[in-house]
Design a protein around this ligand. Structure first.
Ligand code: PEP
Length: 252
């Protein structure tokens, strides 16, 4: 049975308690689209309150440390996210890889810690513009998957991959539909090589400047199982339009 389209908002470092109003509105909107799975990843400071404020949507973190506890000032562990009410965490976002120097090995350790704590994982991969221009996009993403995908006991049921071309994040630029299709097929092949049959069921999200205007087209690409949305997830109005586009697609 095909999984529901999964639409996830990454709020990055945006949002104080006042933004819970948007989360509640998104939650109410999600109730109108039961054939779409919806989630938000707010700043860690909002996870606990958001969990209480919403009923239907998933709530998650944007990162975690691989250790469970210890002298790591400023960091948050996977069991802490779980304890705060998170269902999942985003890991390996390009902003973490670039601004915090996160390696594939570190992302893998974090993913294994998150799964071990009972969290689902959205693991991000994606090439830079220079890598795409050099014709290396698929090789770069395959290497990221090879290095950062967690080892799992059985099928990686709680793992999703987000393909996010670095040059498309927050820029208003998106790859061509053909390039998205080619990359998602390559990611699928790599997941099957890594996990066997279980790799066929891992959801692969597209992320990078998804808006109401382009969502339907991007979500209709084979092997695009949803979207990871940054800027357009900060308002209930624009995020709901994307959820609505996913719902229409499912009804076809
Ligand atoms: C993101 O950072 O995960 C993202 C997809 O951002 P945006 O939608 O703003 O490009």
């Amino acid at each position: 049975m095909a999984a529901l389209p999964y639409i996830v908002g990454n709020w990055k470092m945006h949002g104080t308690r006042a933004m819970l109003t948007e989360a509640r509105a998104i939650d109410r909107a999600a109730a109108r689209f039961p054939k779409v799975q919806v989630a938000l990843a707010p700043p860690a400071t909002l996870i606990f309150r958001m969990r209480d404020a919403v009923e239907l949507i998933g709530v998650g973190g944007q990162d975690c440390r691989s250790e469970e506890s210890g002298a790591f000032t400023g960091d948050i562990s996977a069991p802490m996210l779980k304890d705060a009410g998170a269902d999942f965490t985003i890991l390996g976002h390009s902003e973490r890889r670039t601004l915090h120097g996160e390696s594939d090995a570190l992302v893998k350790a974090k993913a294994e810690a998150a799964l071990g704590a009972g969290l689902a994982v959205i693991l991000c991969v994606g090439e830079t513009e220079a890598q795409r221009d050099a014709g290396d996009a698929i090789a770069v993403v395959a290497a990221q998957l090879e290095g950062s995908c967690p080892r799992t006991d059985g099928a990686p049921e709680k793992l999703s991959i987000a393909y996010e071309p670095v040059w498309a994040i927050g820029t208003g630029r998106v790859p061509s539909i053909e390039d998205v299709a080619e990359m998602h097929a390559a990611i699928r092949a790599k997941l099957v090589a890594l996990y066997g049959e279980g790799g066929a069921d891992v959801r692969i999200l597209y992320g990078g400047s998804v808006k109401a205007e382009n969502a339907a087209e991007l979500l209709s690409v084979p092997d695009v199982g949803g979207a990871l949305v940054g800027g357009a997830s900060l308002s209930a109005e624009s995020f709901t339009a994307i959820i609505g586009a996913a719902a229409l697609l499912d009804a076809d």
